[in-house]
Design a protein around this ligand. Structure first.
Ligand code: AMP
Ligand code: GLY
Length: 429
């Protein structure tokens, strides 16, 4: 099979690495990709890079199926464009991708079908939104309706801050049309967990639960980032909680999308808050998580190409997933200054030594090969994924790799998986 992956980061490197292990695969292409991915997939630059250009390329290059990493092409309708030409693509249609691309859509579906999520109101008018905020005494969350590269969610700590957020989103339009409408919802408390499921619209196959670390600083402090690390499995999602989340969230949402006439296929990522009332939905993503994918796929024993092919054929019921025992941990090496401004072009050393370590995978997120050397080209530079019998072992491998890699300004968190480590210690006492 000839496979095309759309995207360019560590998630796409992990997807390419996993897909490359399938005996059914002859060649993998990735667009735009990055130089670090080149060992498993051929990076291709597709001129213009719009969804029709990608479909042209896939058609001409006899691609058997395409896998889409990021949400933007899905929200733009890449699945619909491919479907019109009979080109198989793993990912939801534009209408179904609104579960991520429109917070209003997602909340309304959940409300209509009784899926647990924070109570909310929708506003298309800044004055009405601010009046509502002043009328509430409890902590709220403000969300831009549309996609804002993960930055459209504000957790204000005062009424003044909340009103300022409304002005920025709805009047100043700092995220453009994404702020035409806002969702204002109650703040939930509890621990968060990422539960991803593969689905063909009929059968759902949940993946191992993972936990990511979105904040830049240790102890989960400081500004949000695209993700500083992750681990799987997250034992906080016990078998009982997984059963509850499946029955009360995943299954009803997939059924709801069928009833609404927008069948959902691909991978659905449910960001859950484990509240004292049980799991509640914080957000949906319509794609693989980054960096959750980097820790989930190394533990998946089943051939991912078989899973994707079954989704595309609509017979996922015939597939079961098997998992390697143990744990995986991902440490993200970032450029100093990220998520604010940072330098690129810094020379990276130690990649070969790290590649020689056992049970360590190195996925490239923002690197390039220039003048015979590896250089940084983004905020998040490398993902070091350790695999071990236990989380402490997996972390040890990831951090050993991190110590071998050097570039000017390199920053990483040293407390990845801290919640799980605390649980393990608690359990051992
Ligand atoms: P989202 O982009 O919707 O995932 O939101 C980003 C982050 O904001 C989540 O991962 C949560 O940490 C936080 N968040 C979103 N909604 C809520 C909520 N209703 N209560 C508490 N935290 C929330
Ligand atoms: N890890 C969060 C996300 O992929 O959106």
């Amino acid at each position: 099979m000839r496979i095309l992956i759309v995207g360019s980061g560590g998630r796409e490197h992990a997807l390419a690495w996993k897909i490359a292990q399938s005996p059914r695969v002859e060649k993998i292409f990735v667009t735009p990709g990055n130089d670090g991915l080149a060992e498993v997939a051929e990076p291709v630059t597709i001129k213009a890079g719009g969804i029709e250009d990608l479909a042209d390329w896939a058609e001409k290059n006899r691609i058997d199926f395409t896998v889409v990493g990021p949400e933007v092409p899905l929200a733009l309708g890449i699945a619909d464009a491919f479907a019109r030409r009979g080109l198989p693509l793993f990912g939801p249609s534009r209408a179904a991708a609104r579960l991520e691309a429109s917070k209003v859509f997602a909340k309304e579906i959940m409300a209509k079908y009784g899926v647990p999520t924070a109570p909310f109101r929708v506003f298309d008018n800044a004055d009405a939104a601010k009046e509502y905020i002043r009328s509430r005494k409890d902590p709220l969350v403000i969300k831009a309706d549309g996609l804002a590269a993960g930055k459209g969610v504000i957790l204000p700590s005062s009424v003044a801050e909340a009103e300022a957020a409304i002005d920025q989103l709805m009047e100043e339009k700092i995220y453009g049309d994404a702020g035409n409408r806002v969702v204002i919802e109650e703040r939930l408390s509890g621990e968060e967990v990422s539960l991803l499921t593969v689905t063909d619209g009929k059968t759902i196959l949940p993946l191992l639960a993972a936990q990511d670390h979105k904040r830049i600083g240790e102890g989960d402090q400081g500004p949000n980032t695209g993700g500083m690390g992750a681990y799987a499995p997250a034992s906080i999602l016990t078998p009982e909680l997984l059963a509850t989340a499946t029955a009360r969230i995943l299954e009803p949402v997939i059924q709801a999308m069928n009833k609404e006439g927008h069948p959902y296929t691909g991978v659905l990522y449910a960001g859950l808050m484990l509240t004292k009332n049980g799991p509640e939905v914080v957000e949906f993503n319509v794609r693989f998580g980054d960096p959750e994918t980097q820790v989930i796929l190394p533990l998946l024993e089943t051939d991912l190409v078989e899973v994707i092919s079954a989704v595309l054929a609509g017979n996922l019921a015939g597939v079961s997933l098997s998992w390697r025992q143990g744990a995986a941990a991902c440490v993200v090496l970032a450029s100093g200054g990220y998520p604010g401004s940072y330098k690129t072009g810094q020379e990276i050393t130690g990649l070969e030594e790290a590649a020689g370590l056992e049970d360590l995978l190195v996925f490239h997120a923002g690197t390039e090969r220039k003048e015979g050397a590896w250089r940084t080209s983004g905020g998040r530079v490398l993902n070091l994924v350790g695999i071990g019998a236990t989380l402490p072992e997996a972390l040890d491998k990831a951090y050993r790799g991190a110590e071998l890699i050097r570039f000017s300004g390199c920053y990483y968190r040293r407390d990845i998986g801290w919640r799980e480590l605390q649980r393990l210690q608690g359990g051992a006492q």
